[in-house]
Design a protein around this ligand. Structure first.
Ligand code: TTP
Ligand code: MG
Ligand code: MG
Length: 438
């Protein structure tokens, strides 16, 4: 009989970007490799091989400092195309173990192997096999954590770095976990760590034992979350990617009919912007754009165009939509409704980073993030509505969420500071080096 407890694997690649460089250039294996920019450049370290870490080089460190610490290191620019390709190969491999795979970041994934045990044996055996497969297929090393929930599995992976397999179960919560520094808990950021230290709480055990009232006095509503972390309680079910939609679109019914070409064009660009953003949120890149025009007579016409190349960005969708509007020769007729739909999704948007257009995609994704955080009026395409909404902006309902995974995993959110979107340690500084995140 198998125990019914959930078995999750957390896979995190070792020195991911640097390892991809070493895998494709065998002469770099065993050498200190720093990824983030050329020697003499002004960037920061994205990551470095463990050989470079031995010299004190770390993620988010200015390249100049890395050069001083380890002058003999090989300094390489970020090649996102190569890392994204490796990421896709890895995810495919993970899916051969279980179809319950949650991609956490470019180098991290969670696998629910609860049901795979009958076929592949105990979680540790599955993890060992997976490490071998990752090595054989991609020439990369990874660390794997096994746990009953995402928190313990991730922590186990971190403790097993590099190259190991670790396991943390319920029994460890009152055992091994107690001696760990609080900062090891995913979700306790540096600020919280400092505030805990001010209370004299430096280990997980101390955080378990401190009277709740003390914690509540210092952290208010964050106290509960901290206590949960201290006892290794985390989510046990993985987020599956939502089913991909066949099309996404937006339409506007004008509060008063419009026959002014400029207003129509600006409205269309705004609609294209939103449709493109929705597609990207689903990780999809459309090949087809459809424009719908309903006249004041209620007569409705549509026109569509399919392009061989994916329309990965809002400007590409907008250009196609404007072309279609021209073809529809609306002329001086009064228009009641305008709509843009994108469809024919063939590739994930993240795969588009493999094309030349990936910088543009990255920029568009950054704009999406600003929209999500500050509202859709925060940034607009030039040529869009210029901050003013079209006359009567009655738009179709937003398509569902389903955000693509972040490039790098972040903390589970710092429950004590509870600021959504605050990046994990070292993230903000290092991410500046990456066009994808700026
Ligand atoms: P990590 O998994 O945090 O680091 P790593 O894989 O390089 O090393 P480790 O063995 O400790 O897991 O991040 C994955 C990749 O994301 C990393 O190779 C480079 C990139 N990255 C940045 O570019 N900037 C950052 O601030 C972080 C954290 C990661
Ligand atoms: Mg990693
Ligand atoms: Mg990682």
């Amino acid at each position: 009989m198998f125990v019914s407890q959930r078995a999750l694997l957390h896979v995190d690649m070792d020195a991911f970007f640097a390892a991809v460089e070493q895998a494709r250039r065998p002469e770099l294996r065993g050498l200190p490799v720093v990824v983030g920019g050329e020697r003499g450049g002004r960037g920061v370290v994205s990551t470095c091989s463990y050989e470079a870490r031995a010299f004190g080089v770390r993620t988010a460190m200015p390249i100049g400092q890395a050069v001083r610490l380890c002058p003999q290191a090989v300094f390489l620019p970020v090649d996102m195309k190569a890392y994204a390709a490796a990421h896709h190969r890895l995810v495919e491999l993970f899916r051969t173990v279980t179809d319950l795979v949650e991609v956490v970041s470019i180098d991290e994934a969670r696998l629910d192997v609860t049901g795979s045990r009958l076929l592949f044996g105990p979680p540790r055996a599955i993890a060992r096999r997976l490490q071998e497969q990752v090595h054989d297929a991609c020439g990369l090393g990874c660390s794997i954590g096994i746990g009953p929930n995402v928190l313990l599995a991730k922590l186990a992976a971190e403790l097993a770095k590099p190259g190991g397999i670790g396991e943390l179960g319920e029994a460890d919560v009152r055992g091994r976990l107690r001696d760990l520094p609080v900062g090891e808990l995913h979700g306790v950021g540096p600020a919280t760590e400092e505030r805990l230290a001010a209370l004299g709480l430096t280990t997980v055990g101390m955080l378990q034992d401190v009277p709740f009232a003390v914690l509540a006095a210092a952290f208010g509503r964050g106290a509960h979350g901290l206590r949960q972390l201290a006892f290794g309680r985390g989510v046990t079910t993985l987020r599956r990617a939502p089913a991909a939609p066949k099309s996404v679109g937006h339409e506007t019914t004008f509060s008063e009919d419009v026959n002014d070409a400029e207003t129509l064009r600006r409205t269309l660009v705004a609609l294209a912007d939103r449709a493109a953003a929705d597609a990207r949120r689903h990780g999809l890149a459309p090949h087809t754009v459809t424009v719908k025009v309903r006249f004041s007579t209620f007569h409705t016409v549509t026109r569509r165009r399919t392009s061989a190349r994916p329309l990965a960005t809002a400007p590409a969708v907008a250009a196609a939509a404007l072309g279609l509007l021209d073809e529809l020769a609306v002329g001086a007729r009064w228009v009641r409704l305008l709509g843009v739909v994108v469809s024919s999704f063939r590739h994930g948007a993240s795969q588009l980073t493999l094309d030349d257009g990936w910088r543009e995609v990255a920029l568009a994704e950054a704009v999406d993030r600003v929209h999500r955080r500050y509202g859709s009026g925060a940034l607009r395409l030039a040529g869009g509505l210029g901050g003013r909404r079209g006359p009567g902006a009655a738009t179709a309902p937003e398509s569902g969420p389903g955000e693509p995974p972040p490039l790098f995993a972040r903390g589970a959110g710092d429950p004590a500071t509870a600021r959504p979107g605050v990046a994990g340690r070292g993230f903000a500084a290092a991410s500046r080096a990456l066009p994808a995140r700026t």
